[in-house]
Design a protein around this ligand. Structure first.
Ligand code: SF4
Length: 462
């Protein structure tokens, strides 16, 4: 992905796109706040409890993974462990090839985006279809999701109708019901033709080995009903200790993500179909993915692994609202992405080391996080790491010079007067640090001194 600083990317967004992102994220945030505070006397207490349960699970991840594996295997589920993206993709392909499978339908899962599974399978001749409406539209458009929960938050219905027309799904019609019906008609055929259904999991209970899938469209049920084989690719941080703790997370997840009290569909998957079940896959595989997670677990950033991928921190972030998801050049956008993406990048950390700077550190993300992740602290720690490892500074000039100037009234006054010259100074003759700084940002027109003259005039009038 092209390296472009977030502020420059944000400045290029069309008004239409900016409005879609702002309205969409704001609506989710307002609903979240209303529902959580209506339903719980002390939301922070619940968030802290959820954070503690997750942190405890992470600190005992090895034993919880073993427990989950044991339970899953006891029910006939084949369990695989993948160290990285390549191994996970290869495991999926091996399962497909062993079954002679050529068609796959999948539910929404961020982890498959993270390992770039679909492009990999398509290169190996597998026909793949996203079945979540937003992800389906992203796939048709050859686009990327812009939000963890609402992948097409950046699009409006006119753009979607144009895509449907271009892809042969009917003449232009931007009525939401028509768009939905056309997607449904197209995808129903794909469910029936598919050999394999692929999903992620929102949670895995170590106690019972149950996979929990939370969706709003019911597409996951179709993916897991008709195909004969179900593959779940699951990040190892999705474990929770027991079924009882699921009640804490299920109460928080939907409310934090979309402001719903409960998602429309919550599925508890215990394994492949039993002999007397009317439908469902005859074979089930779970692939637990590491892909850099255990490395993060041993660092001072480990709290980020509590993340439920609810998107609440995106919805409230002033930077995300201006820039939208694509600005983050990675699968995970917003405040969570600004922490997680550079960490999961491993040796390519420096390529994404600018992301932690894409924050005002206002703290709103930490206030809404359902698992109480101290995101601003992690951002500051990552900024320090970037500095220590030699990440480009973005040519931010030292504040030392500014501080000196600002503390000398006469020099400051003179500088204000001279500042206007910068507006008219060709870039080539500007001082080096200023020129470098402008390589990544636009310098706003000079306004220095306006307050002083206003104040002087006001004094004269008085
Ligand atoms: S960091 Fe917290 S608020 Fe952000 S997506 Fe993860 S769980 Fe949600």
């Amino acid at each position: 992905m092209k390296r472009e600083p977030i502020d420059q990317f944000a400045a290029k967004q069309s008004d239409e796109r900016r409005t879609s992102v702002r309205l969409g994220s704001n609506a989710c945030h307002e609903k979240r706040t209303q529902v959580l505070h209506e339903d719980y006397a002390d939301v922070d207490l619940l968030r802290k409890l959820a954070g503690q349960i997750k942190q405890h699970t992470l600190e005992h991840l090895d034993s919880y993974l073993e427990k989950a594996e044991e339970k899953l295997r006891a029910r006939g589920v084949k369990v695989h462990f993948a160290l990285d993206a390549e191994a996970a993709c290869q495991s999926v392909l091996d399962i497909l090839q062993a079954r002679g499978a050529k068609r796959l339908v999948k539910t929404k899962t961020m982890v498959s985006e993270e390992i770039e599974l679909l492009p990999f399978l398509e290169r190996h001749g597998v026909e793949c279809f996203e079945t979540d409406l937003g992800e389906f539209i992203v796939q048709l458009d050859a686009d990327r999701p812009s939000h963890i929960v609402k992948p097409i938050l950046h699009k409006n219905r006119r753009e979607i109708a144009r895509t449907f027309q271009q892809k042969g799904l009917g003449t232009y019609d931007d009525t939401p019901e028509v768009i939905t019906r056309r997607a449904r008609e197209f995808l129903r055929r794909k469910y029936l033709e598919a050999d394999v259904g692929l999903s992620g999991a929102n949670f895995v209970s170590a106690e019972s080995g149950r996979l929990v899938l939370v969706t709003n469209e019911g597409n996951s049920r179709f993916c897991l009903a008709a195909p004969r084989c179900h593959i779940a690719v699951v990040g190892i941080e999705k474990l929770v200790p027991d079924d009882r703790s699921l009640s804490v997370f299920l109460n928080l997840l939907a409310r934090s993500a979309t402001g719903q009290r409960l998602s429309v569909y919550t599925e508890f998957i215990c394994g492949a179909r039993s002999a007397d079940a009317p439908d469902g896959p005859e074979e089930m595989h779970v692939i637990f993915l590491d892909n850099g997670r255990t490395e993060v677990l041993g660092t001072e950033y480990r709290e980020i692994l509590r993340c439920l991928r609810c998107g609440a921190c995106l919805n409230v972030c002033p930077v995300y609202r201006q820039a939208s998801g694509h600005a983050y050049r990675s699968v995970y956008p917003g405040p969570v992405g600004a922490v997680l993406s550079p960490l999961l990048a491993g040796k390519r950390f420096l390529e994404l080391a600018d992301l932690p700077k894409a924050s005002t550190l206002c703290g709103a993300c930490a206030e809404v996080c359902p698992v109480d992740i101290p995101i601003p602290d992690l951002l500051v720690r990552l900024r320090n790491r970037g500095k220590q490892e030699g990440a480009p500074s973005g040519a931010t000039p030292s504040l030392g010079g500014f501080a000196k100037l600002a503390s000398m009234p006469i020099a400051w006054k003179a500088a204000l007067g001279m500042g206007k010259l910068v507006d008219h100074m060709p870039r080539a003759v500007q001082p080096g640090p200023l020129r470098a700084w402008q390589g990544e940002r636009d310098l706003p027109a000079w306004r220095g001194g306006a307050f002083r003259s206003w104040f002087r005039k006001r004094g004269k009038k008085a």
